[in-house]
Design a protein around this ligand. Structure first.
Ligand code: FAD
Length: 304
């Protein structure tokens, strides 16, 4: 039996390589100081899908919802041997919280239809909620195994995986279709394949094509720009290099559940927390030193 996998991937700011002031004065993220990367655990989710495909066969479709720049991680997925890539981009997605995001993603996964396993990263390094995977499974009405650190077995329509539960692990078996959220411990993601890079380096979404043509023809009339865009997209499609781009109408989303109207989360206050080392203390590397330190922490009510 072959398994068709859908992998949800997100482009995130690289919080480890900050090249300037990370926060603006108004408390919003200064995205220009943070290079955009493939969310790390989404690479583990993609790798798990690739391992399933290597062993059993099937098709891997990656989906991202984001800005036009997210086309970069779709290309990266194609370089790593994903079969199909879809960008969901639509101004009406703006201000979506995790509930609206997972609703829109569920519409896209339903649109694909023919899937056995949906894979997400455990958590995105920017939003950090780890809510989208579980919410997506709920909305699709399929079982979920979260915090997957090892795929134990795929046998017909049954999947068994080991999940991390903090102080230990749990082995869980469920029926397919199912959704997994994958941790960094599950695998080491493979590097891009040189042949695929050569094949897909010019793959573009329609919105990327439009942005480039607009930048190169700043003075041109809108109608002429659209003609050029149409022509270039047809050319790319013939070569198998046009990345799919879907909007909310195409995935059949109810607009009341998207963007601001579909987002019950309200942000009351944003606080920038800067951790600074105030004082340090040397602890003698022996039992007495450690015992003294523990007593001090208990007295200061830092630990109980
Ligand atoms: P997690 O739940 O930690 O992600 C888990 C996994 O889900 C990921 O590893 C990935 O596999 C999958 N996943 C998550 N997000 C996506 C995605 N977009 N595409 C594909 N797969 C995904 N963000 C904006 O970009 N623009 C906004 O205008 C905006 N407005 C917001 C307004 C509010 C009130 C709130 C609360 C959030 C807003 N966000 C906005 C952030 C947005 O809601 C989150 O980025 C998004 O819901 C994902 O949540 P997370 O980052 O915690 O992902």
């Amino acid at each position: 039996m072959v398994y068709n996998c859908v992998v949800l991937i997100k482009q995130v700011p690289d919080t480890k390589r900050i090249t300037g002031k990370a926060m603006n004065d108004d408390g919003t993220v200064n995205r220009s100081a943070l290079p955009a990367i493939f969310n790390p655990e989404d690479l583990n989710a993609l790798e798990l899908a690739l391992q399933i495909k290597d062993k059993f066969g099937g098709k891997i479709t990656v989906i991202t919802m984001g800005l036009p720049a997210a086309g970069a991680i779709l290309r990266d997925s194609l370089f790593r041997s994903a079969d199909d890539a879809i960008l969901i981009t639509d101004q009406r997605c703006a201000a979506s919280d995790t509930l609206a995001t997972s609703y829109i993603l569920s519409c896209a996964v339903r649109k694909i239809g023919d899937f056995d396993i949906v894979l997400c990263g455990r958590q995105a390094i920017d939003g950090d909620t780890a809510q989208v995977g579980p919410q997506l499974a709920e909305k699709l009405g399929i079982p979920q195994i979260t915090y997957v650190e090892e795929l134990i077995e795929l046998n017909g329509k049954t999947i068994t995986a080991r999940r991390n539960i903090g102080a230990g692990w749990q082995q869980v078996r469920t029926k397919l279709p199912a959704l997994l959220t994958v941790t960094a411990d599950a695998n080491e993601s493979r590097v891009a394949a040189a042949k695929k890079m050569m094949k897909y380096k010019n793959a573009r979404t329609p919105i990327e094509v439009e942005q480039k043509i607009k930048a190169e023809n700043a003075e041109a009339a809108e109608a002429d720009i659209q003609k050029l865009v149409k022509h270039k997209c047809e050319e790319l499609k013939e070569k198998g290099l046009l990345i799919k781009q879907w909007d909310l109408d195409f995935v059949g989303a109810d607009l009341d559940w998207c963007g601001r109207s579909g987002s019950p989360t309200k942000v009351h206050r944003i606080q920038s927390v800067v951790l600074a080392a105030k004082e340090s203390k040397n602890v003698e590397p022996n039992d007495q030193g450690i015992s003294d330190m523990i007593h001090e922490l208990i007295e200061d009510k830092i630990i109980a």
